[in-house]
Design a protein around this ligand. Structure first.
Ligand SMILES: Cc1cc2nc3c(=O)[nH]c(=O)nc-3n(C[C@H](O)[C@H](O)[C@H](O)COP(=O)(O)OP(=O)(O)OC[C@H]3O[C@@H](n4cnc5c(N)ncnc54)[C@H](O)[C@@H]3O)c2cc1C
Length: 452
């Protein structure tokens, strides 16, 4: 097939080879060699290209998943040129956006309409469709993941048809498609339930591990957003809260993507030293806990910012990550067991455990399907091997009936996953109907979804 030059990322030899990396994920561990990489600018263009594509088709967002979920040796699409706000409804507090928009770009666009996203995760670099497709979440006992805010979407199916999906229209595709890892087709537009623009005050500090578990339920219940970070070799944890603020929010000056701040430079240095001097990791973890805790000054008011400025951190020190969602009531036991394992397993690591809350939802493959959950994530510096560390912790997650984050590392296959998801077979039936030839599936997704 002729490849129109206007929508190729680079020109290269179509179908000839695996020599050049055309795409890689954020951590750098996943490299892809698609024979064709398209960046369409319109839905019409995309639809034609999908219908004509031969072989496997995948779509990538911003590449912030840690698994080979976007990998393709066939055709890879990016919707980064299909970005921006399409319309908003002030009364219903909804916004229709192009699926390739990054969460970062959407922040000010929604704010100008007097709206904000109900919740956000730790970073805002993801494409909104990429975040939705994996069930990306923030923290908050009564708050659901980003996919649960989706009230409708348009989907280009593998045969090149367009479906409008909502609770009323093509409702089975809507329930299957919100969290579907790009396995049903390509979303082009997404309608999001938003909330009136709001500001958040950030606070936090250091707590002993014993005090944390004594007060955990209160911290969870008394804050709109509560999470903690635990360096397993430290005796204290870092807690962080965000709550609605009436204080005039200060604008946030963001560094350009990938530009290190002083904290990044210092942390990267510690990662480099400790990977060659593992005996220092305990001291470094205690130091970082101490310094992190002093960022919040006693009872003084925390910093107040508009929500889209308050949620995201800039993460420039690269890592790989595993995260599972476990039933909320089992979270404390699970995290204690994980920390004990990490201290005794003999693997060198520096990053903290992160602990968050997510409310139950109804998307068939959401890790939070009908289950209030706690998410627990572990990280490994990108230059260090992660398999042994993550493998040991994964055994613990499985004891607690954990469901893996779809964008983060895990080793489960269809047989394991089917038992964790009550609507698994319904999802597979929709997928099979829309894509009987499994054009949208790469080997990783075939393993997950049990398609040979
Ligand atoms: C530093 C960092 C911090 C993170 N923090 C969090 C966090 O706080 N909370 C959390 O839950 N996760 C977090 N993640 C994970 C991340 O949010 C998810 O992996 C997310 O899916 C990445 O979005 P992306 O746009 O990069 O998508 P990609 O990783 O590029 O793709 C993810 C999936 O989306 C699909 N997809 C992309 N575009 C479309 C489309 N138009 N239509 C259909 N499917 C599509 C892809 O096919 C793929 O299956 C973090 C990751 C990193 C690297």
């Amino acid at each position: 097939m002729d490849v129109p030059a206007f929508c190729m990322l680079n020109s290269w030899k179509v179908g000839t080879g695996m020599s050049e990396t055309k795409w890689q994920n954020w951590s750098g561990w996943v490299k892809a060699h698609p024979h064709t990489f398209y960046k369409p600018q319109t839905e019409d263009e995309l639809t034609t290209l999908v219908a004509e594509a031969r072989g496997q088709i995948r779509v990538a967002g911003s590449g912030h998943s840690f698994t080979p979920i976007c990998e393709s040796d066939g055709t890879l699409f990016s919707l980064e040129k299909m970005s921006g706000l399409i319309a908003s409804d002030q009364e219903a507090r909804t916004a229709r956006v192009f699926a390739g928009s990054t969460i970062r770009d959407l922040g000010p666009l929604l704010h100008n309409q007097g709206l904000g996203l109900i919740n956000q995760g730790d970073i805002d670099r993801q494409a909104i469709a990429g975040a939705v497709a994996t069930g990306t979440h923030g923290t908050g006992k009564s708050l659901k993941n980003i996919s649960a805010a989706v009230v409708g979407f348009r989907l280009v199916t593998p045969s090149g048809d367009i479906l409008n999906c909502s609770a009323e229209e093509n409702s089975d595709v809507f329930h299957a498609g919100r969290v579907s890892m790009g396995g049903l087709g390509i979303m082009t537009e997404i309608e999001l339930q938003c909330t009136p623009a709001y500001a958040l005050e950030e606070r936090g500090g250091r707590l002993s591990v014993a005090d944390l578990f004594d007060t955990l339920d209160t911290l969870r219940d008394d804050n709109r957003h509560f999470e903690f970070f635990w360096f397993p070799f430290a005796d204290d944890v870092l807690v962080k809260t965000l709550n609605i603020s009436d204080v005039g929010p200060k604008p946030r000056k963001r560094a350009p993507d990938g530009q290190d701040g002083p904290a990044d430079i210092a942390f990267r240095k510690l990662c480099e030293i400790s990977r060659f001097a593992p005996f220092l990791r305990g001291r470094f973890q205690r130091q970082m806990t101490e310094q992190g805790g002093s960022r919040y000054a006693g009872d003084a008011p925390g910093r107040s910012r508009w929500s889209h400025d308050a949620f995201p951190s800039d993460r420039n020190v690269r890592f790989n990550e595993m995260e599972y969602a476990v039933p909320a009531e089992r979270g404390p036991d699970c995290v204690r067991e994980i920390a004990a394992h990490m201290r005794s397993c003999g693997v060198n690591f520096l990053f903290p455990i992160e602990y968050r809350y997510v409310a139950a939802d109804d998307a068939w493959l959401s890790p939070f399907f009908e289950r209030d959950s706690v998410t627990i994530s572990i990280h490994q510096y990108h230059k260090q091997a992660y398999a042994k560390l993550f493998g040991g912790v994964e055994q613990i997650f499985r004891k607690y009936a954990g469901r893996p984050h779809w964008g983060k590392l895990h080793t489960l296959a269809a047989g394991d996953l089917q038992a964790l998801y009550p609507k698994w077979d319904d999802f597979c039936a929709v997928r099979n109907r829309l894509d009987p030839e499994a054009k949208m599936l790469n080997p990783f997704l075939r393993k997950i979804l049990g398609v040979s």
